[in-house]
Design a protein. Structure first.
Length: 273
């Protein structure tokens, strides 16, 4: 029964063990079982041997449990460290580096049929908010905007804190103007409601680069520099979304401006650091 218990535990923890360790631990069962059968048939059982085997089994069980606990503890520590390295401590969103990495990976896989929207979201006059109400209130509004963005958009969309009071979001698999207007309308309404509840004038400006699917007439085999017509350049999208945000903040704060991405144009120098 003791050997059966140890075997059950070893099989249960198989996924946590290297192949060599697993095979060596399996040998623990083969020789004792064969020796026990031979001894029972030839000499009858020995109390001393039984005591030794039972003691060994107890040590085996305790070592296996401790090994499994250590494995899960190390795995939890690794996951915590990875989460902290990729996420912003204040908002829980992806930080700039991790968000950039995920967005670039998505853009690298895009083809002429894929659609997306890249957005810059900025809290208007944030320095004034800090100077008027204090940095604690400013931090509250950063968390509030992050929470609303996370609530409005889907789990598989990529939202990160770009830095300070600015966020960037990649809305994947859609370039629908209706979706954009509906979601940003909800965002502005919820922010206005929260602003009214706290008696503070807080609003955001948004710049959007809209990437629609390329139509058949615009597709070709390639351009002079070797890039396929209809491909999407991440840096160009970032630059256009940034320009759209600049236009919004300059002429009509608290709203949004949309630039449509032109797949046929070469990427300009990115104005973002």
């Amino acid at each position: 029964m003791g050997i059966a218990l140890c075997l059950f535990m070893l099989i249960s923890y198989r996924k946590n063990l290297d192949r060599i360790i697993f095979l060596s631990m399996m040998s623990f069962f083969v020789l004792p079982v064969l020796a026990t059968i031979y001894q029972a048939l030839a000499y009858s059982f020995s109390l001393q041997c039984l005591a030794i085997v039972i003691s060994t089994q107890i040590m085996f069980v305790m070592d296996t449990v401790e090994m499994n606990m250590r494995f899960h503890s190390q795995q939890a520590a690794y996951e915590k460290a990875r989460y902290e390295a990729e996420h912003d401590g204040m908002t829980g969103l992806l930080n700039k580096e991790a968000g950039w990495k995920h967005m670039r990976k998505y853009f690298d896989r895009m083809d002429s049929h894929d659609e997306a929207m890249l957005m810059f979201v900025d809290i208007d006059d944030f320095k004034t908010i800090n100077d008027t109400y204090g940095h604690t209130v400013g931090d509250f509004w950063i968390r509030e905007v992050a929470s609303q963005l996370r609530h409005i958009y889907r789990h598989d969309d990529i939202i990160c804190r770009y830095g300070g009071d600015e966020f960037i979001a990649l809305i994947r698999n859609t370039a629908s103007e209706q979706v954009l207007e509906t979601t940003l309308g909800m965002f502005f309404q919820q922010l206005a409601r929260a602003s009214e509840q706290h008696g503070q004038d807080v609003h955001c400006s948004v710049g959007v680069c809209r990437i629609a699917a390329a139509d058949g007439a615009s597709l070709g085999t390639g351009s002079a520099d070797g890039d396929a017509i209809g491909s999407v350049d991440f840096d160009q999208c970032v630059a256009q979304a940034d320009l759209a945000l600049y236009e919004t903040k300059r002429f009509n704060k608290g709203t949004f401006t949309v630039y449509n991405y032109d797949r046929s144009q070469p990427a300009p120098a990115n104005i973002r650091a």
